[in-house]
Design a protein around this ligand. Structure first.
Ligand code: SF4
Length: 339
């Protein structure tokens, strides 16, 4: 144990909301129910959600994760991940006679529809997002002739459009709210007629998780975010904490990754988790912190969440036909409670 802090001063601020969002819950339950209904193997294109623990658990239950549809045997069932796919992927699946179930988060689908609509009106669409991220690839694929990717504020200087009077911006759902607003400010300096999206593209879950971390950050010596490195919203939470006053911060997949040296002189530890992280992994981190003397845990609530999505229509139909429960996902934890 370090010598600079005592048991009495050590405490944890646990962010709420944290962890599973409605889109991730729906996608994971889609794979679970598909396995129950059709039996293993069920193929999943890309990681169903960006979390190592979730993917490994589903793999053990019979899900087979592939990169592309041509790895799926003809006629088999394939599930598309929460991040969404370009229309060409649906066409490829059809050409291989695959039974496809689309677990794209409805809030990602909303952005796809916006892209199609603005492309139909012949706008140039400035899509703010991370190059190569699956969601961005999927959204751009809806209107490849119209979409120009803007990867953060530093990407603005290279953007060129056909008609500066007909430009709109859209975004990936899991970006940093503050950084995106800065990108938009710079884009608007360059293109004063830039139109806003019809509604926020950065989703409620991303915004709420960032809000909680932002509000907690000034009190924190150390911020721990549970999440995987390929999870955009999880990575953003560490950045937001550091930008808003946390002295130090790390992203960990598992409690076992916590390092003793991170805790030197640390009194207050903040804990949150990305939108694809099951609560059990947060519990493990809290147990580890308790063993280090951080026994006093206060929940820091920034927002309430009640969002729930129905399962994909094609799966619901099959579940009903088999007499199985086709109801939607369940709220797996009360975002304001201790795990
Ligand atoms: S993070 Fe947002 S957009 Fe992504 S799956 Fe969750 S609710 Fe949907």
């Amino acid at each position: 144990m370090d010598t600079q802090t005592t048991q009495e001063t050590k405490r944890v601020l646990l962010a709420a909301p944290r962890g599973y969002c409605a889109g991730v819950d729906r996608a994971v339950v889609t794979v679970e129910k598909a396995l129950e209904l059709y039996g293993a193997p069920v193929y999943v294109r890309k990681e169903i959600v960006h979390n190592k623990h979730v993917v490994d658990t589903l793999r053990r239950r019979g899900a087979v994760f592939v990169e592309e549809t041509d790895e799926v045997p003809e006629g088999a069932t394939v599930i598309f991940s929460a991040h969404g796919v370009a229309p060409i992927v649906h066409e490829e699946a059809k050409a291989r006679s695959l039974k496809s179930i689309d677990a794209t988060c409805p809030l990602v689908t909303k952005v796809h529809r916006e892209a199609v609509r603005f492309a139909d009106d012949d706008y140039d669409i400035l899509l703010i997002g991370h190059e190569g991220h699956e969601e961005v690839v999927g959204t751009a694929g809806e209107a490849p002739e119209h979409v120009i990717l803007v990867d953060g504020p530093e990407g603005v200087k290279d953007v060129e459009v056909r008609d500066p009077e007909k430009v709109v911006w859209l975004s990936q759902t899991t970006l940093s709210v503050d950084e995106t607003m800065e990108t938009v400010r710079l884009l608007r300096e360059k293109f004063p007629s830039l139109q806003d999206p019809p509604s926020d593209d950065i989703c409620y879950a991303t915004q709420n998780r960032q809000l909680a971390v932002k509000q907690m950050a000034p009190e924190l010596d150390l911020m721990l975010v549970v999440g995987s490195r390929n999870s955009s919203n999880s990575v953003r939470l560490v950045e937001v904490a550091l930008e808003h006053g946390a002295r130090d911060g790390y992203l960990v997949d598992y409690a076992a990754e916590l390092q003793d040296e991170w805790f030197e002189g640390v009194e207050t530890v903040g804990v949150s988790s990305g939108a694809s992280v099951p609560e059990i992994l947060v519990r493990d981190v809290l147990d580890d912190l308790a063993a280090r003397g951080y026994l006093d845990v206060d929940v820091f609530t920034a927002a309430e969440e009640k969002m729930l999505f129905q399962l994909p229509g094609e799966l619901r139909r099959d579940l009903r036909a088999s007499g199985m429960d086709d109801t939607s996902t369940e709220i797996r934890h009360d975002a304001g409670a201790l795990p």
